[in-house]
Design a protein around this ligand. Structure first.
Ligand SMILES: Nc1ncnc2c1ncn2[C@@H]1O[C@H](COP(=O)(O)OP(=O)(O)OP(=O)(O)O)[C@@H](O)[C@H]1O
Ligand SMILES: [Mg+2]
Length: 329
């Protein structure tokens, strides 16, 4: 009947005179892991808070499993589990006690608490640490504890705000495993992330958001195909050679190019390995030293650059340096 877990129609959020979310619409299918990918300040948390009903949209509407999240806020709250951007666990309490306290806060029936807490510890791969104080846990373990805490009231939709930001690679993979485990049980997952590879590895579909606007929505491969059916050529040169090389690549090889610092890049056709080698040889012949050279399929990084220009906004300005720093790989 209703295949959508969440339907968002043209939501806007204005803080004073600042438009943090500028009229975005998208649907999230039941059972999918849906990623909202964007840099700092893009409007990710604001969007999640509106889905959760914690923040009222300035305009627009959100329905959760067919219920309007303003008119049916109580029903909707039962359907949603939420993990905030900050980890909230009590370091002095054992993992098990942390979960028990939250189970009571969520009004889990008393005769259900033990069962749900044990299940949560298992989902978080923390069974053997159940009776250790949470303060002795690594960042990744604390984050997994935080994750399963949001599952205690058995929501059908789990909302995670930057679940792996700040974690090392190994802990991030552990977190992905726990998220996938929950998703395999049929839970719809909506998460925000600043990590390109996280959206690629974990999400069924991704919405790219920047400056409060949706730039594109699709599976990782759909988004990559939007960048190019072919390959991306990247050539790294000495800064003093950039202008000359740019001229050669546009006039001699008729390519559309963009630059990032000392890297020139261009979309090239699928079978143009030969062309890219020819370009490198030509540049060398013109006494331009090719420091590095790569031909690769579009990555999520390329998608982001194409859609938002984040790394390419303005090569020399401090804003560009800041915008590069805004995005984590
Ligand atoms: N209560 C508020 N009052 C005023 N401005 C706000 C408020 N909340 C958020 N903003 C602004 O709205 C924009 C979007 O913020 P939001 O927290 O949604 O971004 P984000 O994508 O979650 O960023 P981050 O990755 O840093 O968490 C930012 O410019 C932020 O400063
Ligand atoms: Mg945020």
């Amino acid at each position: 009947m209703n295949d959508y877990a969440v339907v968002i129609k043209d939501i806007k959020k204005v803080f004073g005179t600042f438009q943090a979310v500028k009229g975005i619409s998208f649907n999230i299918k039941k059972g999918e892991i849906f990623g909202i990918l964007g840099p700092n300040g893009a409007g990710k948390t604001t969007t999640l808070n509106m889905i959760l009903g914690l923040l009222k949209p300035t305009s627009g509407s959100i329905t959760i499993e067919g219920y309007d999240n303003v008119k049916n806020s109580i029903k909707v709250k039962q359907l949603l589990g939420f993990m905030t951007q900050e980890t909230v666990v009590d370091g002095y309490l054992k993992a098990r006690d942390n979960l028990e306290i939250f189970a009571r806060l969520y009004h889990v029936p008393e005769n259900e608490i033990e069962k749900r807490v044990n299940k949560a510890l298992e989902d978080a791969n923390l069974k053997e640490f159940a009776d250790k104080p949470a303060g002795t846990f690594s960042g990744g373990m604390q984050r997994r504890l935080n994750l399963v805490k949001s599952m205690l009231q058995e929501p059908s939709i789990l909302i995670l705000d930057e679940p792996t930001t700040g974690l090392d690679v190994q802990s991030r993979v552990g977190m992905w495993d726990s998220i996938k485990k929950l998703n395999d049980k049929g839970i719809t997952v909506i998460l925000t992330t600043q990590y390109l590879e996280e959206s690629d590895a974990l999400c069924d579909r991704i919405a790219i958001i920047d400056h409060g606007e949706i730039k594109a929505i699709g599976t990782a491969s759909e988004l990559k195909r939007m960048v190019s059916e072919g390959n991306i050529l990247e050539i790294t040169l000495k800064p003093e050679d950039i202008e000359k090389a740019k001229k050669i690549m546009t006039s001699k090889f008729n390519l559309e190019i963009s630059t990032r610092g000392d890297i020139i890049r261009s979309n090239i056709e699928k079978d143009s390995m030969g062309l890219s080698i020819k370009i490198a040889q030509y540049l060398e012949k013109e006494k331009i030293n090719v420091l590095a050279y790569s031909v690769h399929l579009p990555t999520m990084d390329d998608v982001f650059i194409k859609l938002t220009g984040a790394s390419f906004r303005d090569d020399t300005s401090s804003e560009n340096i800041a915008s590069k720093a805004r995005f984590r790989r």
